[in-house]
Design a protein around this ligand. Structure first.
Ligand code: SF4
Length: 415
């Protein structure tokens, strides 16, 4: 895969070579076993796949190139470049300003922009409406467009389905930048409706079967359907695509469920199913698939707790957290700074959407003379720099005075 020129401070002298070592030994990505780093009193099991993906590295490279190529010019990002606070803060410290927040609320009015300004399109892509707005203002939207090719692939898939007269069902978070962009592109080619989860898919099914009155659809799915959407007409032939970072199993369940609804309603056979349900595979990107599969593999190992690093608004990271939470205590943190001491950790609760502090997150034996080592599962999302993972690793080890030196463990691993 292409390598990108990104600032060195996002890389790590421990994590980056470790990933490279695993990659070289397993080019076909068949081995999902985690990497075990045994420091003696603490053992870290690190997922086989995590961290900056193709789309993020591409976006980071282009953003820093835009800064380097345009001294003295005003540089704007449409919204957060990726969902990582370190990367966004670093870009802001270099003078880059955000036009919108992550929900699409305007932070800087369009009227403030001038044709000579530089605008960077983030990795999630953007809506056709925003593209049009920028073009109308005379801004060049192609030069620093970091839209990930895997997101564009979803747009193409939606368009292909639309051309075959299917309505596109987008499984995604309605307010997420990527889903808003996908919705915008999809509705050009087909009637489109967004479902955020299985509960919404089940409600949608009731409009397909006619169990619920059409009028209610417009209230229930307000803001999630394309203009002119007619549930009676537009839910007769459907196909499912998804936001690239959803949980694969969730999308599969939703697609299977909706397919079954169509099969029952139209008495379809395997041969005739395609008359009402498009045969699509999910449109998750490779990084989401790899990271989720690596998490499943990680979770087959017994451990005391898991740490998942990433931005709190990162969709792919939150799904990794969900998987880990089902198995063991899991702490979702932005960086090592959230590990306040060997007793306290400040972490994000995805259910209440706020940070909480947990005491004694390392089991009692930490730092004691007890012989059983503490085992920690460590991974992060696709927008998290290796340097952040290194920081967390070093902080954890620092709580164990008798831990073996990092260089010794890494050397041993690389042999
Ligand atoms: S997570 Fe996937 S779709 Fe998103 S930027 Fe990375 S490679 Fe692209």
């Amino acid at each position: 895969m292409k390598s990108f020129d990104i600032p060195e401070y996002y890389r790590s002298s421990i994590i980056t070579p470790l990933k490279e070592f695993r990659r070289k030994r397993d080019k076909l990505k068949r081995d999902f076993t985690p990497t075990l780093l045994d420091f003696g009193p603490i053992r870290l099991l690190i997922a086989r796949h995590f961290g900056f993906c193709y789309g993020v590295e591409n976006a980071v490279e282009i953003a820093y190139k835009a800064i380097a190529e345009n001294p003295g010019k005003r540089i704007f990002l449409l919204s957060e470049m990726i969902h990582n606070p370190d990367v966004n803060a670093d870009l802001q410290s270099r003078g880059v300003r955000f036009i919108m927040d992550t929900k699409g609320n305007q932070l800087i009015p369009w009227s403030e922009l001038a044709p000579e300004d530089v605008v960077i399109i983030p990795a999630f892509g953007t809506t056709l409406e925003t593209q049009h707005q920028l073009s109308t203002l005379g801004l060049d939207i192609a030069k620093y467009d970091t839209t990930c090719p895997f997101v564009e692939k979803v747009w193409n898939k939606a368009s292909q389905i639309g051309q075959k007269d299917y309505t596109v069902i987008v499984h995604g978070k309605p307010s997420h930048e990527e889903t808003r962009a996908t919705f915008s592109h999809s509705k050009e080619a087909a009637p489109t409706v967004v479902v955020k989860d299985m509960a919404q898919a089940q409600r949608l099914a009731k409009y397909i079967t006619g169990e619920l009155p059409v009028a209610e659809f417009y209230t229930e799915f307000a803001g999630q359907y394309s203009l002119g959407f007619d549930p009676e007409r537009d839910l007769q032939r459907i196909g499912v695509v998804n936001q690239t970072t959803m949980l694969a199993s969730d999308t599969q369940s939703i697609a299977d469920f909706l397919k079954q609804i169509m099969v029952q309603k139209y008495a379809l056979t395997p041969v005739t199913t395609e008359a009402h349900f498009a045969n699509t595979r999910d449109t998750l990107c490779y990084a989401t698939n790899d990271n989720q599969d690596a998490t499943y593999a990680l979770l087959t190992y017994p451990a005391d707790f898991a740490i998942v690093a990433g931005g709190y608004n990162s969709s792919n990271t939150s799904h990794i957290v969900e998987l880990c939470e089902e198995k063991l205590p899991t702490y979702f943190i932005e960086s090592e700074q959230k590990i306040l001491s060997n007793k306290l950790i400040r972490h994000f609760n995805g259910h209440t959407k706020e940070e909480i502090v947990t005491e004694n997150f390392i089991p009692k034996r930490a730092g004691s003379e007890l012989e059983t080592p503490v085992t920690v599962l460590l991974t992060c999302g696709a927008s998290c720099p290796d340097a952040v993972v290194e920081g967390i690793l070093l902080k954890l080890i620092s709580f164990f005075p008798n831990a073996r030196p990092v260089s010794e463990v890494i050397e041993e691993f690389a042999q």
